[in-house]
Ligand binder design. Sequence first.
Ligand code: 5RP
Length: 268
Amino acid sequence: MDWGLRNRLSRIIKPDTGHTVMLAVDHGYFLGPISKLEDPAKTIEPLLPYADAIMPTRGVLRTSINPHINTPIVLRVSGGNSIVGKNLADEGITTSIEDAIRLNVAAMALSIYVGTEYEHQTLLNLSKLVNEGEKYGIPVLAVTAVGKELAKRDARYLALCCRIAAELGAHFVKTYYCEGFEKVSGGCPVPLVIAGGPKLETELDALKMAYNAIQEGAVGVDMGRNIWQSEHPVAMIKAIRSIIHENATVKEAHKLFNSIKKSRKKAA
Ligand code: 5RP
């Protein structure tokens, strides 16, 4: 791996802990203005100090994120689909490498849809993006998307997706947490981060998921809805950080969540 590429990756996955808390805010690219992300700037700004990296599209980056920030950007560069369209898996590359460079990104992110009609197309998208990324020293995050078929999120399927992504040259991979996650992490030779998925019933559930993922081989999270759809997003991202970077247990992280929640309520 070239120096520039390694340097960019180490801005995202922190060398002191080997872990990362990425904040995903790219959902609008196929879901539109979903709850709590209607005004991206309002959602993102208070969370930025606690995110090791942020994952927007170029539209949200240009319109809603202050260019003075130092937080590394993992730019979503795939799309062309929507939740009401014919097939969620039908994605292409939406952003040129020149634009990614202009935006000074630390990495580029793209979804693959293994096992769908668009498997071949999205895997070739990934290969093309890795070729471009390698040319300029920009790492690529492959997102193992499942579209609407949530039932597919088992270890066997996710291990297949993650391994294929790594074989095609992805420098790190984002996938879902699942039962038997060691099978997924054990078969993937590049770092893995987990998505949070749709908002879980309680914050405790999301903290448990982050804890289990770290114990079972993930290097961190690239979490969105379970942070910013919480009634207490700052408390939530801080609690997640304590698990990812400070070895907190679920109980400790939950206690931290509750105490920050209380103190922020008092201050308001
Ligand atoms: C969509 C994505 C999203 O960024 C992602 O799913 C992460 O956010 P969340 O934690 O809300 O699931 O990559 O394909």
